[in-house]
Design a protein around this ligand. Sequence first.
Ligand code: HEM
Ligand code: MYR
Length: 415
Amino acid sequence: MATMPADRSPDSTLALLRSGYRFIGERCERYGSDVFRTRILLAPTICLRGRPAAKLFYDNERFERATAMPMRVQRTLTGRGGVQGLDGPEHRDRKAMFMTIMTPTAIRQLGQLFDDEWLTRIPAWEGAGPVRLYDELGRLLTRVVCAWAGVPLPASQVDRRAVELHAMIEAPAVVGPRHWRGRLARHRAERWLAALIERTRAGFSPAPAGSALAVIAEHRDRRGELLPRRIAAVELLNVLRPVVAVDQYLVFAALALHDHPAWRERVRDDDETAEHFVQEVRRYYPFFPIAAARVRRSFDWQGHHFPRGRRVLLDLYGTNHHPSLWPQPELFRPDRFAGRRVDPFELIPQGGGDHRTGHRCAGEWITIELMKRAVANLTTAMRYDIGAQNLALDLHRMPALPPIGLTLTNIRGTA
Ligand code: HEM
Ligand code: MYR
């Protein structure tokens, strides 16, 4: 058996929180290995990156998710009892529920609502001072996703719910007030949506057929049972929260257009080029850093032993920046996707493998659709300036958005 390189520190949890997106990659480079062991949250943990590692990690025979997600992530970002922590037939069943929501027609409808809302907002932005894109898109996507999902949202509640959804996304990997705001936000949002599920089931708040609210409220598990209302709320939040989280990618897309202005024209001219641009934004910019699982049954891989129950972390960011997959990974180059067939274990910002049978993100197509539409809106529907501001990404922070979230000035509509 080969010796797995080991991190010397007695516990690396703080190092992970401090180093952020480069934690696994830096160590892989130091040890000359895409697998090493360390201790995180006081427990032995194996870290992996790269394509063969992703292929291994998404093998359901070898890994499971129950108890894999650290509690601080469950209490903020994902919630407890939702699809992320299920395995086997229960996971298949719950995942199928999500996938019935993601039809091509429904995705187009979401995109259309997003465009309509964006165009409606332009006159207000024209008259306003500086517009903080992250905040503005957070509110816009909150309105859009609630309308699409069948969730009633009075205008007076938009700001509050947008702040709550952002708080959950910003909380999992920080300590201090930002973490506690995320916990409180989750608690409030789950209460709100559990009550809505109850009203919907009782017929007081009818949900449009096929909407996320209807599908989740009416879903029956393999035993024919409705989901407990708290779990239904967690799953409804698993639609609302990540659609709002797409705003980070939209800000990154705007940053990329700013830093690489030659692409403004190229994405306007050609749909395929716009797709390459969006893929490169998802590859290049840091967002979901790491996926977590546990070894289901002991096995050996590449001469290393993986004991049953061991927590394993897959470096999503590091795989998207792996030099053997992506030449000059630190350069933003959408052309790298031209003529390239991307297999399910190479470009994994939203997880790898198969959407239906594995834990790969249920919202990947929605994400791409919204990003393409945002790029079109930023390049054709309006003009704007980006004044002097700190636009540096901070890879030590997870998520890594520039603190101000990108401010646009002098917005003019083109219509
Ligand atoms: C799972 C990232 C948007 C719904 C995941 C996973 C990642 C991810 C890394 C976990 C993969 C794993 O555990 O192996 C992202 C990113 C997004 C995004 C970076 C961009 C904002 C969305 C959207 C939706 C969504 C728009 C829904 C509308 C889900 C669900 C799961 C998931 C339901 C759980 C899947 C499962 O456990 O089987 N996402 N996601 N995500 N995502 Fe996303
Ligand atoms: C979602 O809302 O599900 C999609 C986007 C969330 C991104 C959150 C980024 C920071 C997460 C750190 C979590 C570490 C997981 C082991």
